[in-house]
Design a protein around this ligand. Structure first.
Ligand code: ADP
Length: 476
């Protein structure tokens, strides 16, 4: 039961496979159903028609026989003899006079049960043309005709032919035919569902392949199907062309960002330099002018930082970011970075590091940038007065570095997105300023040096950013 429910839940009524299967199954049900109905109707007709003819001949012959006998015998005896002659085991014959009294009835009546005999004889409306009637679980073809002898109406001749055996066989045949049709429909539907599913397999493959293609491997991605139908092959070809165009424009965009960052950074650094030198000699400046210059310097600094990040990301994308990998003791690095961070803010930053030196192979400068960025975020996204802790420990062959704050936290559904470029959780909350590039560059650098970064966070309780690197094992 559970299994059937599971299958029903998995069936998508909008899928091409389900729709095609339903349509084809419905069409084959209609086709087979019509064929079964037509066959049934034809067989019934053939069955009845053959008996109808016999009954017709019988009702025509009896008056002639009676006339022949009547030349030798009285009418009653002639009737009896003629009825006896024409009676067969399955045919019941009886003649009533005009007062509806039985004049003669065939011997075959004795074979029929009493209720059937009574019902037949007392039938008020006997059909003139032969018709099938059901009487107490038995089937008869009945007909009745006026009996005229030498032009004089003697009474009414009635004939009943027992077709119970044929009719039962016929009903059985119809039942078997129905069961066989249902089975055939089920088998056809199953076969069609299987065939359609196989025919659509390349499309599913196509959607899976396009799903896993990332921006980085756009240029190398190629869809290819060996045994797919030509329509799907054509689609794959078109997709390949589109991937190629996407790759080209992605490359152009990367190049553009890289160029523009590079071109803007130099003049902006000069502007920043001038602003700082003017600020240093601010004797002749009013307070408003000093404030304006300070804001301009800060904005220029932020923009230079952002351009630097963009340049680094573009370099990493194109594989041109080079890491000077060398063994470094993380304990020293943490102390150095925390000291640097303390210069920029008066927040309390605690270090919880294991006493033994933890050595890791990485680019020292980039690692400093990573840790500084994480501490900077912890300061930005927590209230003044709340402490920040940097934890450094070793677990088996891994060095683990955590930056913990008791700040605003990040909603669960956004935790996986904060590493995307320019993604910021809530602009209103981010009063502290920023570009949304910090964490994406941190992730790029961490992964570029063979580590990985994760976040655990709870709203209003704080966040823990964890960076993991493999321990450097020197060859002795
Ligand atoms: P930004 O320049 O905005 O700081 P980041 O890439 O460094 O850009 O961070 C992306 C977003 O992640 C931030 O805008 C902030 O909303 C969220 N975030 C980063 N670090 C923390 C943290 N320690 N606590 C809460 N939110 C954070």
């Amino acid at each position: 039961m559970k299994y059937i429910k599971h299958i029903i839940n998995k069936v998508d009524p909008n899928s091409l496979r389900v729709r095609l299967t339903i349509v084809i199954a419905a069409l084959s049900a209609m086709g087979l159903g019509s064929l079964a109905i037509w066959t049934t109707w034809r067989v019934q007709h053939i069955l009845i028609d053959s008996h109808k003819q016999t009954l017709k001949e019988l009702t025509q012959r009896l008056p002639k026989d009676v006339q022949v006998y009547n030349d030798m015998y009285p009418l009653q005896k002639s009737l009896e003899k003629s009825v006896k002659n024409l009676t067969t085991s399955n045919t019941l014959l009886w003649i009533k006079n005009q007062n509806k009294q039985i004049l003669v009835k065939s011997d075959s009546f004795q074979q029929a049960s009493e209720p059937i005999q009574n019902k037949l004889i007392n039938l008020t409306q006997m059909p003139v043309a032969p018709q099938v009637h059901k009487i107490h679980q038995s089937y008869f073809i009945l007909c009745s005709n006026p009996l005229n002898i030498k032009g004089k109406l003697v009474g009414e001749l009635s004939v009943a032919h027992d077709i119970t055996r044929e009719q039962t066989m016929f009903v059985e045949m119809v039942q078997n035919l129905s069961v066989a049709s249902i089975l055939v429909i089920i088998v056809i539907s199953g076969a069609i569902a299987f065939y359609i599913s196989r025919a659509l397999q390349p499309l599913r493959q196509l959607s899976h392949m396009t799903e896993v293609i990332s921006a980085e491997d756009l240029g190398k991605a190629q869809l290819y199907f060996k045994n797919a139908p030509s329509e799907v092959k054509e689609l794959a070809q078109t997709c390949n062309q589109m991937l190629m165009r996407l790759s080209e424009s992605w490359e152009k965009e990367r190049q553009f960002v890289s160029n523009i960052s590079h071109e803007l950074r130099t003049p902006l650094t000069i502007v920043h330099g001038y602003l700082q030198s003017v600020l240093r000699r601010r004797k002749n400046l009013t307070e408003t002018q000093t404030e304006a210059l300070q804001t301009a310097t800060l904005e220029a600094e932020n923009t230079i930082q952002m351009l630097g990040d963009l340049l680094n990301l573009a370099r990493a994308d194109s594989g041109n970011l080079h890491y000077k990998m060398q063994p470094c003791v993380l304990n020293d690095l943490v102390v150095e970075v925390v000291a640097m961070a303390n210069q920029n803010s008066d927040r309390q930053i605690d270090i919880q590091a294991e006493a033994n030196p933890i050595e890791v192979k990485l680019d020292y400068q980039y690692m400093k940038q990573i840790l500084l960025n994480l501490i900077d975020n912890a300061v930005k996204y927590s209230d003044d007065g709340t402490p920040i802790t940097v934890i450094l420990k070793q677990q088996e062959t891994q060095a683990i570095m955590q930056v913990c704050d008791r700040g605003y936290g990040i909603p669960l559904q956004q935790q996986s997105r904060i590493f995307e470029r320019f993604y910021r959780v809530d602009e209103a909350r981010n009063r502290a300023g920023g570009t949304g590039l910090g964490l994406s560059i941190v992730k790029t650098l961490v992964e570029g040096m063979g580590g990985n970064i994760t976040v655990r966070s709870k709203l209003a309780e704080g966040s823990v950013f964890q960076v993991v690197f493999p321990i450097f094992l020197s060859e002795v």
